[in-house]
Design a protein around this ligand. Sequence first.
Ligand code: NAP
Length: 292
Amino acid sequence: MTRRSTTWPSAGSQVVGVIGNPVAHSLSPLLHNSAFDALGLDWVSVGFCVEPAGLSDALAGIRGLGLLGVSVTMPHKARAAELVDRLSDTAALLGAVNCIARDQDELVGHNTDGEGFVASLRREARFEPAGRRCVVVGAGGAGRAVVSALAEAGAEAVVVVARTPAAARRAAALGEAAGRPGTMDDVRGADLVVDTTPVGMTGTDSAGAPPVVDPELLGPGQLVVDLVYDPEITPLLSAAMTRGASVLGGLGMLVHQAAVQLRLWTGLEPPVDVMWAAVDAAVRRKNGPAAQ
Ligand code: NAP
């Protein structure tokens, strides 16, 4: 593994990056560069803004330029799963790739969202999913990853609540024996409630909108998670706290899914605390002291 010299980045630096469109907002380079710095690695991560029609060329570029890997974000996750040479079991199950790692001449597609989510539950909220009743709201890419990971972690039940019934059924199937589609009424008896919809996200039409989950269904003894990380405290988390539930925002998942990617690329143990500090500082800079 190449150690960092005094002139960094240099002609010898290993380049990784994030492919998306738009990509300028992505926190992946910040997370990965903070880790490379802490590990003393001569690696650098940058953003690549790629049009959907250019994704195939971009992947050829990974091979051609000798990049060791990339993160993959919207809108490329599903198409990337079709274009790589090989898929991990999880990426094959989900039909979506959020990380590509080069293995010799092969591009291998991975999906680290679910593993990052469960790591965040365990480390940030001290919540062990095994044997617990879980409700996942939303059945898109992130929701599907969460359903699959909770079931794999041994959850007793993983109930999917989504406004599109067919999507709820398909996502619930990823939970195998533990999975079933359900209704908002299931929220009341759940140990864990995860909102995987983008509702409440800054910069969207739903910023500041009322939560998808009725706060009246929430209460003490429950952990409520919102995958949205901007704002850190969404209207759902704010309402859940008022009702006496414990809460967890999406930043932890973001950090941990990036940490898993770093492990795939480098084989090294990621410095999660350093990555957390980097992203935390970036959020504080963006939101100002009032957000502290
Ligand atoms: P996606 O594939 O577009 O899925 C979004 C899901 O939310 C769909 O099931 C959609 O339902 C549902 N939905 C959207 N608006 C809704 C509304 N008003 N009411 C009810 N349901 C609604 O998106 P995604 O990739 O899963 O991402 C979802 C969110 O998770 C985004 O905010 C993303 O930033 C966040 N995320 C966070 C992390 C992290 O590390 N923290 C990682 C991945 C994603 P329909 O299909 O019926 O439209």
